[in-house]
Design a protein around this ligand. Structure first.
Ligand code: M6P
Ligand code: ZN
Length: 191
């Protein structure tokens, strides 16, 4: 492993930004159309010229290799696609036995986790919530509030992101708004 010098970075605890960051990922609705249930609604939004920014990820300069602990902040904007709240793509780790830690910074949301057998669990996240993603659980975060939801994450450098499994099967449950409340409901498209 390459020897590094100690360094630090600055989190804006209210805005959720990370300085310096090596890269900022921005995902719009058009980048994750297959993640949401309301395909007809998506088609109408995109054809009408609406392609909202759903979330941003500020990535630390830490290399994604064994022994390192890369970290990031994520800001998910408030909004819905149909009844479904704005959320991240969600992923398993390529090395399934690698865990991850999330820390809520601003706003509120839910961390939805799923095992390969389809078991789903969710944890509510608010500023100060340290949520643990155990090995073998896919993870996706959802903004269930009305302001940007920001959190910090740290994971083992050799974990790797497997998006394909979630793109193919989806999550067994989806987080929707019902009578003004956030509820997890079955996803008819699962598998
Ligand atoms: C957190 C971490 C990152 C992840 C990001 C967005 O910051 O878990 O590893 O990339 O959330 O989630 P996703 O990659 O699933 O879109
Ligand atoms: Zn992860």
């Amino acid at each position: 492993m390459e020897l590094m010098e100690p360094f630090s970075s600055q989190l804006d605890l209210l805005a959720g930004t990370l300085e310096p960051s090596a890269r900022i990922l921005r995902r719009h609705l058009s980048d994750m159309q297959e993640m949401y249930a309301d395909r007809e609604g998506i088609r109408r939004m995109l054809e009408g010229g609406q392609d909202p920014l759903i979330y941003e990820v500020y990535l630390s300069p830490v290399p994604e290799v064994e022994g390192q602990l890369p970290y990031s902040t994520t800001i998910i904007y408030p909004g819905k696609v149909g009844h479904e709240f704005f959320m991240t793509k969600g992923h398993f780790h390529v090395k399934r036995d690698r865990a991850e830690i999330y820390l809520g910074l601003a706003g509120e949301g839910h961390l939805v986790m799923q095992k390969e057998d389809g078991t789903v669990r969710s944890q509510r996240m608010a500023p100060g919530t340290a949520a643990y993603v155990p090995p073998f659980w896919a993870h996706r975060t959802v903004n269930t509030g009305t302001v940007p939801f920001a959190f910090f994450a740290v994971w083992p450098g050799d974990a790797g992101h497997d998006y394909r499994t979630i793109e193919t099967t989806g999550f067994a449950k989806m987080m929707v708004s019902r009578n003004g409340r956030a509820v997890l409901v079955d996803n008819a498209r699962y598998r």
